[in-house]
Design a protein around this ligand. Sequence first.
Ligand SMILES: Nc1nc2c(ncn2[C@@H]2O[C@H](COP(=O)(O)OP(=O)(O)OP(=O)(O)O)[C@@H](O)[C@H]2O)c(=O)[nH]1
Ligand SMILES: [Mg+2]
Ligand SMILES: [Zn+2]
Length: 363
Amino acid sequence: MQSDRIGSDLSALGWNPHFATAFETLAEPGTVPARIARADLGRYLILCAAGERFAELSGRFRHHAAGPADLPVVGDWVVLRPQVDGPGQIVGLLPRAAAFARKTVGETTEEQLLAANIDTVFLVTGLDANFNLRRIERYLTATWESGGNPVVVLNKADLATDLESQLAETRAIAMGVPVVAISALDADHLDALAPWLTPGATVVLLGSSGVGKSTLTNALLGAARQEIGATREVDAKGRHTTTSRELVVLPSGALLIDTPGMRELQLWGEESSLDQVFPEILALVSGCRFHDCAHESEPGCAVRAALEEGRLEPERVQAWRKLQRELTRLELRRDVRARINEKAKWKQIAQAKKTHPKAQRWR
Ligand SMILES: Nc1nc2c(ncn2[C@@H]2O[C@H](COP(=O)(O)OP(=O)(O)OP(=O)(O)O)[C@@H](O)[C@H]2O)c(=O)[nH]1
Ligand SMILES: [Mg+2]
Ligand SMILES: [Zn+2]
């Protein structure tokens, strides 16, 4: 139980006036605010002023949820109706302050929320064979889109073959985002993360499987709570030690969300989220002759000119193009889906009018 550390003070769980205002408009008599600590197939572990409880969605809530984005995820604040016996009933969801999302794995064009109401995102990378600048750029893009603040955490510093140059390379692409190198196995290193682990602050750990997110969680907790994976080849497929996202209360007073490692992070967001990751390219784009320049073979392209003159890193331009293509594709697919939904809606209305010719009168 985490309840002993929470007490009755909701601010220890990240509650703030923004949520309080939202709660006032949604609350019904007999309900209380609660925060989702874990979501498992319709069963929720929640934290509230009274401590840790299990909860489930009320029938009415389930009925009104239009899609996956309406369902609570770890970090969400909900309106809870406690029950004398049995799990509490979740009857409402408070608007999210920030949320980390990705496109669902596979071909469907759907958003998957990984964590809500986060202040900071620790992007964890291993300084072993896992180290990959392009992946860090991808995670940074998703983080700017989330509304949380990124911190690049380079873990396994003890295994680094060239720590200084790896740090320098990361700082060069991080564009002012803090970069810290630590070893989760070394308790003395944890202080480097203290600036973000303040009371009531919510931090989510994201990164590939095996980079040490759960090791870090346990180290910060000072307890062996999360299961740790065995050491193995970094590119070994199919083994994810952590299987569900979980919010824990740290002794520092911060709320930390450990997550299962991701094999791929497909972006979900707008092209504009790239602006903060590739500012040096953005600064050039306005100098292109054509405002819709694709920076491929158009005459007067400022990006190509800078590349040719060696003022831009080719890897950065390639990475930018790749992420941009992904986001453009996503936008197109979202448009198509929106049109299909729109069509279906009109078809439904037309159908309703046919069966109920006076349907217009209802509105
Ligand atoms: N040498 C070294 N090993 C580490 C460090 N941090 C974690 N490890 C090891 O890396 C392996 C994987 O650690 P986990 O904490 O399970 O990794 P994870 O990111 O939680 O993995 P998933 O839950 O699968 O996403 C374990 O064997 C850890 O002991 C570190 O700083 N240095
Ligand atoms: Mg883990
Ligand atoms: Zn151009």
